[in-house]
Design a binder for this molecule. Structure first.
Ligand code: ADP
Length: 189
């Protein structure tokens, strides 16, 4: 089984590319943002719990995310040949728990592929997305907050994965197809 993390700041285009990669390789795309948004829109107890946290652009607690990840993993790990993780891990604790979870099942991470996009471009993409999709966490203040959270909690993972020799990066500005080709060139399952 091949486990790929698609890494990068909010607005880098992880969702778009993760769908394409999952389709090409026949892997399962897991977007923790999509999972959480579905819980919110269905009004489940979990959704009610996380809604205000997400709307403010803060991170949902590690415990909840790790539990979600474990349950999605267990539901799929015997039937899919790989996972594309999008939006997880977002903290060092999540990364360590992911390693342990994979290890418990006799698997490991294959690659961490990062999309690099400069900050000015990110902010303008996220604000445009708020106008197009009406996502509540894409207003200007919240966008800035999500970038702060990224720098504080998620960026340190870069060194964690560089140390493990799993980290590769691709410049995330250009056409979707060009970026996709560059990402695929790094994936050797
Ligand atoms: P984006 O990639 O645009 O930043 P996502 O759709 O991945 O946004 O996530 C939206 C929100 O869901 C985050 O701002 C956060 O509140 C919550 N979330 C998603 N994944 C995680 C995670 N791994 N840890 C904590 N919170 C998360």
């Amino acid at each position: 089984m091949f486990n790929l993390i698609l890494f990068g700041p909010p607005g880098a285009g992880k969702g778009t590319q993760a769908v394409k990669i999952a389709e090409k390789f026949g892997w399962k795309h897991i977007s923790t943002g999509d999972i959480l948004r579905a819980e919110v829109s269905q009004g489940t107890p979990l959704g009610l719990k996380v809604k205000s946290v997400m709307d403010a652009g803060h991170l949902v607690s590690d415990d909840l995310l790790i539990a979600i990840m474990e349950s999605v993993f267990l539901k799929n790990n015997t039937i899919v040949p790989g996972f594309v993780l999008d939006g997880f891990p977002r903290t060092l604790n999540q990364a360590q728990e992911l390693d342990k979870m994979l290890q418990r099942h006799g698997h490991k991470l294959g690659l961490v592929l990062a999309l690099e996009v400069d900050e000015v471009e990110l902010v303008s993409r996220l604000i445009k997305r708020s106008q197009d999709q009406g996502r509540k966490d894409d207003t200007e203040d919240v966008v800035k907050n999500r970038l702060v959270q990224y720098h504080r909690h998620t960026e340190p993972l870069i060194d964690y994965y560089i140390d493990k020799k799993l980290y590769k990066k691709v410049y995330g500005v250009g056409t979707i197809e060009d970026i996709f080709d560059q990402l695929c060139a790094e994936i050797k399952p």
